[in-house]
Design a protein around this ligand. Structure first.
Ligand code: IPM
Ligand code: MG
Length: 365
């Protein structure tokens, strides 16, 4: 039976990098390695231009019906002035919320060929393999009230609400622990329990979950210290689990350790369906829409292609194929091909299409 992929390229470089994924899908289908059908829709600024919303109801329905959503990037200065609830990012947040994608997996892997592209010293990042597990449907991103009130005396008051319930913490820490079992069996749970009640509860629940995983090494870490340790000695980490906001920030820092934000894929997963065991899922690069280089054909498609490899792995159980795609990416980097964002001396700079084609060529070899 054919599997349904819903493609949402979005804005900026999103459309360029998604084309390379489409070529990969076509190749996989052509080789009869997979049987995917694809449909695509609009999200972000382009959806606002077309429908006056950051994502239309029709496209939301398609996203809900798909076996997996492959997402590009949203946003750009063109939409800086659109109403807050229709801004491009609102489309992404609605997808996360309505699809129930509470578990965001952000691996930060340093490809050997790129150890010198990192802003940290080679010895600190060579062989780095961290997985950040970010809670994605709760916390300050969605907590109510979320308001700006005019106090009438020339002052305003802004409120965002950080809120977590036990079940939300429990399920994300379990995802992290289950993944740690398939890796180096170490989990760091990051919060700010020294100043936040939500942090106190986070740690209480995380410690309780850890009791069910006696085979794992479990550590509590304050989120600010986690940021510091990430740039001091990142290889001490295996799996890090944290809330929505800290995860947003820590994953950007982790991304940079690998040489470029253009390298980092992510998977956002829902809870397994009780009847079928299938999870809703969305795969997206961690980088944004990069309006400054959009339309120039120079964007790095690796994070999006690697996100698609995560779809093969986590949505479709095609582990061997996922390994092959990741190995092809690594091989192309070893060959010396680089997009501008990961440029290095004596390496060949290529554009988006050339990079995509090189990965396909490696895959076919
Ligand atoms: C991310 C992004 C998003 C977030 C933005 C685009 C809303 O920074 O996926 O990390 O803050 O979650
Ligand atoms: Mg972010």
């Amino acid at each position: 039976m054919s599997l349904k992929l819903f493609l949402l390229p979005g804005d900026g470089i999103g459309t360029e990098i998604m084309k390379e994924v489409e070529k990969l899908i076509a190749w996989l289908n052509g080789e009869q390695l997979t049987d995917f059908t694809t449909d695509s829709g609009l999200v972000g600024g382009c959806a606002y231009d077309a429908h006056g919303e950051a994502i239309s109801e029709a496209d939301m329905e398609k996203a809900l019906a798909a076996n997996a959503v492959i997402f590009g990037a949203v946003g750009g200065p063109r939409w800086d002035k659109v109403p807050y609830d229709k801004r491009p990012e609102a489309g992404l947040l609605r997808l996360r919320k309505d699809l129930g994608l509470f578990a965001n997996l952000r691996p930060a892997i340093c490809y050997p060929a790129l150890a010198d592209a990192s802003s940290l010293k080679r010895e600190l990042v060579e062989g780095l393999d961290i997985l950040i597990v970010r809670e994605l449907t709760g916390g300050v991103y969605f907590g109510e009230p979320k308001t700006i009130t005019d106090l009438g005396n020339g002052q305003k008051r802004a409120i965002d609400t950080q809120v977590y319930e036990t079940y939300e913490i429990d399920r994300i820490v379990r995802v992290a622990c289950d993944l740690a079992r398939t890796r180096n069996k170490k989990v760091h749970s990051a919060d700010k329990k020294n100043v936040m009640k939500s942090g106190v509860l986070w740690d209480e629940v995380a410690q309780a979950v850890a009791k069910d995983y006696p085979d794992l090494e479990f550590h509590h870490i304050l989120a600010d210290n986690a940021a510091m340790q990430l740039v001091r000695n990142p290889k001490q980490f295996d799996v890090m689990v944290t809330d929505n906001l800290f995860g947003d920030i820590l994953s950007d820092a982790a991304a940079m350790l690998t040489g470029s934000l253009g390298m980092l894929p992510s998977a956002s997963l829902g809870a397994p369906d009780k009847a079928t065991g299938k999870r809703k899922a969305l795969y997206e690069p961690v980088h944004g829409s990069a309006p400054d280089i959009a339309g120039k054909g120079v964007a790095n498609p690796i994070a999006t292609i690697a996100s698609f490899a995560m779809a093969l792995r986590y949505s479709f159980g095609m582990i061997e194929l996922a390994d092959r795609v990741e190995a092809a990416i690594s091989a192309v980097l070893d060959e010396g091909l680089r997009t501008g964002d990961i440029a290095q001396p004596n390496r060949k700079i290529v554009g988006t299409e050339e990079m995509g084609a090189a990965i396909l060529r490696r895959l076919a070899a």
